[in-house]
Design a protein around this ligand. Structure first.
Ligand SMILES: *Cc1c(COP(=O)(O)O)cnc(C)c1O
Length: 336
């Protein structure tokens, strides 16, 4: 496995910190909880897509692109980070935002990531929920080519084998940090959506034979579909890395019990998790991904799935900007 074989735009402020969370650990009375701060990747208010974009944008440059096309839900963190990096690299950016939640709330439609997409200079188009987003991007690419532009399409969430390399890098970074601290980690837990983060972590941990289990907390698809998506992408990522056949199906685990009413629909557990993390650790999660991921981790601690004395790392994948699109979900907030 030789990650330095791949062209990469160095953007991430890394290594991102690995911090202990004393007050969350105490409040839950179970494992020692640590947090990997990939909300602090540095680009355009941070998040996990920045690591993927290092490899995707290098590939776009290799292909001579002058325009980036990508897609996501209305409050997509991926779209926002893509526009920011396109701005930094002097490229145009076209964003297709799918109305996946049907929310009519003004903040959801205009604030948070949507506002930043415009601020970073994207051309933003809204499309109805259920649109075939890959065909929509392909069609837009044809139109741009006809106008003489050179578009490069980045899939939703930046999740293909090239993008997943960003999380192979994160796996190597984590192994190094665990080694330095002498920290014996029993699990890395994070929110999983378009699958690139988990696929990259699994491929990276398997590639180094570090035997660190990863648990994805699903935010959209049911368990079996989510695990299959992650597994298929991890297999392709390992092939790209030159370590084919290294991924076992057993190493891909997702728990999809915390999705609630659907992708991007708030849950009580998410509101509790976001509020606890803000009040106990001064850390902002997001309502769509890390909030539900942490809700899963909290519940699993309470149920005794993770035990006292174990060291569990929550990978904070970013997204707090989306909180401004979801203020209504927190209308019941009271002072401590
Ligand atoms: C995209 C995203 C995820 C999920 O990562 P995938 O690689 O799409 O599975 C998790 N958290 C946040 C904040 C995200 O924006």
């Amino acid at each position: 496995m030789k990650i330095t074989n791949f062209p990469r735009v160095r953007i991430t402020h890394g290594p991102t910190p690995l911090e202990f969370m004393p007050r969350m650990s105490e409040a839950l009375g179970g494992p020692n909880l640590y947090i990997k701060r990939d909300d602090c990747t540095g680009l355009g208010s941070g998040g996990n897509k920045t690591r993927k974009l290092e490899f995707l944008m290098a590939d776009a440059v290799k292909h001579g692109a002058d325009t980036i096309i990508t897609q996501g839900a209305t409050q997509s963190n991926h779209a926002r980070q893509t526009v920011a990096i396109a701005a930094k690299m002097g490229m145009k950016c076209e964003i297709l935002l799918e109305d996946r939640t049907g929310s009519k709330v003004e903040n959801y439609k205009k604030s948070g990531n949507v506002f930043l997409d415009l601020l970073y200079g994207a051309n933003v188009q809204e499309v109805p929920g259920g649109t075939d987003m890959n065909s929509a991007m392909a069609k837009l690419a044809e139109e741009l080519v006809a106008k003489g532009q050179k578009p490069y399409i980045i899939p939703g969430g930046g999740s293909n084998p090239i993008g997943a390399l960003g999380y192979v890098v994160c796996a190597l970074e984590l192994v190094d940090q665990f080694n330095t601290l002498g920290l014996n980690v029993s699990s890395v837990v994070h929110a999983t959506g378009s699958a690139g983060t988990q696929a990259g972590l699994v491929a990276g941990f398997e590639g180094t034979r570090s035997q660190i289990p990863v648990l994805g907390i699903g935010v959209r698809a049911p368990k079996e579909a989510q695990e299959n998506n992650v597994y298929n992408l991890a297999v392709k990522t390992a092939e790209l890395l030159g370590v084919p056949g290294s991924i076992s199906r057993d190493s891909v685990k997702a728990n999809c019990d915390y999705v609630g009413g659907g992708y991007g629909v708030p849950t009580d557990g998410m509101v509790e998790a976001v509020t606890m993390m803000a009040r106990l650790e001064g850390i902002l999660l997001d309502p769509v991904y890390s909030g539900k991921g942490m809700a899963g981790l909290i519940d699993l601690c309470r149920k005794g799935h993770f035990k006292k004395g174990e060291n569990v790392v929550f990978l904070h994948t970013g997204g707090s900007v989306a909180l401004y699109g979801y203020m209504d979900a927190f209308s019941g907030l009271k002072p401590l």
